[in-house]
Design a protein around this ligand. Structure first.
Ligand code: SF4
Length: 223
């Protein structure tokens, strides 16, 4: 006989009133996600909806997240770019980032916790001990991948930016004086304001935390 765990969760899907998972402040992506999307052939459909940004909640360490878009029903709120407001569903359901697959369970290196008190699926349904074990393992994997991404991303980003700068310099050096002057003039006029990554906000009521998405809102370490 399968034993039930204390923590329980059942996604309410279209019946969910909050859709909090889609509206959470930051839909974190890991290098593991990118690796899986590459292997599965989905990366080309997802990559242009990802941003690298300095996470202010994590000492400006670089992180990757899915872009957000304003809700049609309430433009003051924003949701994951892949959220389909009409059908109240995820547009990349079978390729979701690991942070979405583990939601609302999270792990911070020492504790498992419910990351979002606005998810009404928490406490619903039944979770067997086996299912909870699997959910915890996935939360641990997400934590490991997130830390690895934060360690590797800054160096990787620097290499890419440096490569772009070198290529630009080489292209410039091949131009005549006159063309270079024209190009510099054009670039001055066309230079946009530096992009400001969307500031994660707290519609979901989550608080800042180790993972940059939430604080433990309820401990689920006791099975
Ligand atoms: S907030 Fe929770 S219950 Fe609602 S759709 Fe997302 S996972 Fe399901």
């Amino acid at each position: 006989m399968t034993e039930k765990a204390k923590y329980s969760f059942k996604c309410l899907g279209k019946e969910c009133e909050t859709q909090a998972c889609h509206l959470r402040e930051q839909i974190t992506v890991t290098l593991g996600d990118i690796s899986r999307w590459t292997a599965g052939g989905q990366l080309q459909h997802i990559i242009d909806k990802l941003i690298v940004f300095p996470d202010r909640e994590e000492n400006n360490l670089l992180a990757i997240a899915v872009l957000k878009k304003p809700l049609k029903e309430n433009p003051e709120k924003s949701a994951c770019f892949f959220y389909d407001e009409e059908t109240k569903s995820c547009g990349i359901l079978y390729s979701k980032p690991i942070s979405c697959r583990t939601y609302p369970l999270a792990y911070n290196g020492s504790k498992y916790f419910v990351s979002d008190k606005n998810c009404p699926g928490v406490g619903k349904g039944e979770v067997t001990k086996e299912a909870l074990k699997a959910a915890k393992e996935l939360a641990e994997q997400e934590h490991t991948e997130r830390l690895f991404t934060r360690h590797v991303l800054p160096g990787f980003y620097s290499v890419i930016m440096n490569t772009v700068a070198i290529q630009n310099q080489m292209a410039m050096s091949n131009l005549s004086e006159e063309d270079r002057a024209k190009l510099e003039e054009l670039m001055k006029k066309a230079a946009p304001e530096p992009p400001v990554p969307e500031t994660p906000h707290t519609e979901t009521g989550q608080e800042g935390s180790e993972n940059g998405t939430s604080q433990p809102s309820s401990n689920v370490n006791d099975e």
